[in-house]
Design a protein around this ligand. Structure first.
Ligand SMILES: Nc1ncnc2c1ncn2[C@@H]1O[C@H](COP(=O)(O)OP(=O)(O)OP(=O)(O)O)[C@@H](O)[C@H]1O
Length: 250
């Protein structure tokens, strides 16, 4: 069932420049409550910049970003480097920068699928557990919109699949919207309601099935299951290419 509602966030004609380089141009994107939208695209195609813009961290050269009133955003970064010599257990990490009640921290860890790690040292967590701790921290604030920047980078395939299953469950349990970047194309296709294929601009978008069959997507990611491998070798060559994307891919 699709309920039409005001989007949690919507960009219109979003354009971002770093110096002379136009990194994003004329990007229209929206995320509704309860839907999982995934951004795919080659390295340097502006995916992180788009998330940063939505988070309010970059000046716009053009376009607008509309956020729902009082929108609460939870953000899971691609990675976070903590000083390994700093003693810090997971519960304490969740209480930074603001102390949270123990029951709330426990609930967030349960939601993130790692109820048992509260007393563990952050430095002793596996890659998957560490990302779950970041997820727990993001959902502590009960976000309306969860934003994840390649949150499964460094996880193996089963670890990434389990992580995304958890994201789907969080979405079902809380009704939040999810906007994420992913390179795990198989998982993207099974988890997402909509996929946006970005290369400085929106190349194509739609349901996973529609995007997987779109010529622009196939040019970017190749045919069939080997597409995931093509991701890092891609050189973008269709007509509306902008040089920055080509530059960044090299
Ligand atoms: N702070 C910055 N200053 C100048 N250029 C930047 C800055 N951040 C990113 N860029 C450039 O903008 C382009 C897009 O970068 P961005 O990180 O958004 O791409 P991405 O699609 O997330 O890439 P990846 O898949 O490699 O993470 C790249 O060419 C990058 O070098």
């Amino acid at each position: 069932m699709t309920v039409m509602s005001t989007p949690l966030v919507a960009t219109r004609n979003l354009t971002v420049r770093y110096g002379a380089a136009t990194v994003l141009h004329d990007v229209d994107l929206y995320v509704n409550a309860g839907e999982i939208v995934t951004i795919v695209g080659p390295n340097g195609s502006g995916k992180s910049t788009l998330l940063t813009a939505i988070l309010g961290g970059v000046a716009l050269a053009g376009g607008t970003i509309e956020r729902a009133p009082d929108l609460r955003i939870g953000y899971v970064p691609q990675r976070l480097v903590l000083d390994p010599t700093l003693p810090m257990n997971v519960e304490r990490f969740l209480s930074l920068p603001r102390r949270v009640p123990a029951a709330k921290a426990r609930e967030a860890l349960e939601r993130a699928g790692v109820p048992e790690i509260g007393k563990r040292q952050m430095s002793a967590l596996s890659g998957g557990q560490f990302q779950r701790a970041l997820l727990a921290r993001a959902i502590l604030e009960e976000p309306d919109l969860l934003i994840l920047d390649e949150a499964t980078a460094g996880l193996d395939q089963p670890g990434a699949a389990a992580f995304y299953r958890r994201i789907e469950e969080v979405r079902s349990e809380t009704g939040c919207g999810v906007l994420m970047i992913s390179h795990d194309l198989h998982v993207v296709m099974s988890t997402s309601d909509r996929v946006i294929c970005l290369n400085g601009h929106v190349c194509c978008e739609g349901t996973p099935e529609v995007v997987a069959n779109a010529p622009d997507y196939r040019r970017l990611f190749g045919e069939g299951t080997r597409g995931a491998l093509a991701l890092y070798r891609h050189t973008h060559d269709h007509s509306h290419t902008h040089d920055h994307a080509q530059d960044a891919a090299e």
